[in-house]
Design a protein around this ligand. Structure first.
Ligand code: CUA
Length: 338
């Protein structure tokens, strides 16, 4: 009987020590990284209970084994076989019923946590997520915003509707705890309620190609006021880029026009666009011409047709085969520069 009492005490001591050790390593209660979502709470709680049971199960096996190794080892001169034993019904019932109960309790706790994590807020903010090798983009459909940064308001549930442009990726922000695969050909959902303001990172948790490890984008959890300000700012940018002049500005960057034609009057390799539209331009042959749509269109398509005074002849600009719409947008942008 004393053996049982001693082993019982050893099991308790070892359980406590194992738990303290796991907690010091950030694996029990004080988890790393920090929990930054409402969904992290039931998950961390479930994990905490599991760690306690793990510490106990580890001890309940190790303590009696180590105790027996030391106390019941073969003594000097002891040559007889050990006592023969066959079956122990009580023991067998105990080691069947106790683990069964533990499994049932954890099945209940697991189902409860899953229910908490998936709890639907009908007011949730919808954001469309697109994953592709090797980046993420986030669309705020209500505002027409597309961003490479996931900006979230604190305390409000967000539902991410995620799709992949190519292979399987996996959306994972460790601080939010929940992880969800992004699969081509279907939309997967991910609900999260951020609770802690800060800068995080979404990383891809599914090997998706050579740059999988670099598939990271910033995630910002901001106060509601900061989030609203961000939305206003981004919506203005999105709105501006929808107009012909906004599109033209994007084209000027895309085709590299701004490398030679300044928007503010700075002298570069080519004539500045500042104040160009509608102005009178002196050409290399001494004649003058009004910089209207026809002139600018021709200058884009056939840079050598007219050379502006003071610039190299033949022109160093290659002809650009832009579509009519692109030219219209580019001219609309040039018109704004005055
Ligand atoms: Cu995308 Cu790994």
């Amino acid at each position: 009987m004393t053996h049982f009492v001693i082993v019982g005490i050893l099991v308790i001591v070892m359980t406590v020590l194992t738990y303290i050790g796991l907690d010091a390593a950030g694996l029990a209660k004080q988890m790393h990284p920090v929990a930054a979502s409402a969904q992290a709470i039931p998950i961390d709680q479930l994990w905490h209970w599991e760690v306690i049971v793990i510490a106990f199960l580890f001890s309940v096996i190790m303590a009696p084994m180590l105790y027996s190794l030391v106390v019941f080892r073969q003594k000097k001169g002891e040559l007889l076989d050990g006592e023969h034993m066959e079956g122990n019904t009580n023991l067998e019932i105990a080691w069947t019923v106790v683990p069964l109960m533990i499994v049932v309790v954890f099945a209940y706790l697991g189902a409860y946590s899953l229910g908490e994590v998936r709890r639907v807020d009908p007011e949730a903010l919808v954001i469309n997520v697109r994953a592709q090798q090797f980046t993420w983009s986030f669309e705020y459909p209500e505002y027409g915003i597309i961003s490479t940064e996931l900006y979230l308001p604190v305390g409000k549930q967000v539902i991410l509707k995620m799709e992949s442009a190519d292979v399987i990726h996996s959306f994972w922000v460790p601080e939010f705890r929940v992880k969800q695969d992004v699969v081509p050909g279907r939309i997967t959902e991910y609900r999260i309620t951020p609770t802690l303001e800060g800068d995080y990172k979404v990383r891809c948790a599914e090997l998706c190609g050579s740059s999988h490890a670099y598939m990271e984008n910033p995630v910002v959890v901001a106060s509601v006021a900061d989030y609203d300000a961000w939305i206003v700012e981004q919506a203005a940018i999105a709105e501006a880029s929808k107009t012909p002049e906004g599109q033209g500005k994007i084209l000027a960057t895309k085709y590299g026009c701004i490398g030679c034609h300044s928007a503010d009057g700075t002298a570069l390799t080519g004539p500045t666009w500042f104040g160009l539209f509608g102005s009178t331009v002196t050409l290399a042959d001494g004649s003058t011409i009004t910089a209207d749509e026809a002139f600018i269109t021709q200058s884009i398509l056939e840079p050598n047709a007219t050379i502006v005074e003071g610039f190299p002849s033949p022109s160093v600009m290659p002809p650009y085969a832009l579509t009519d719409e692109e030219i219209t947008n580019l001219i609309a942008y040039i018109q704004t520069l005055k």
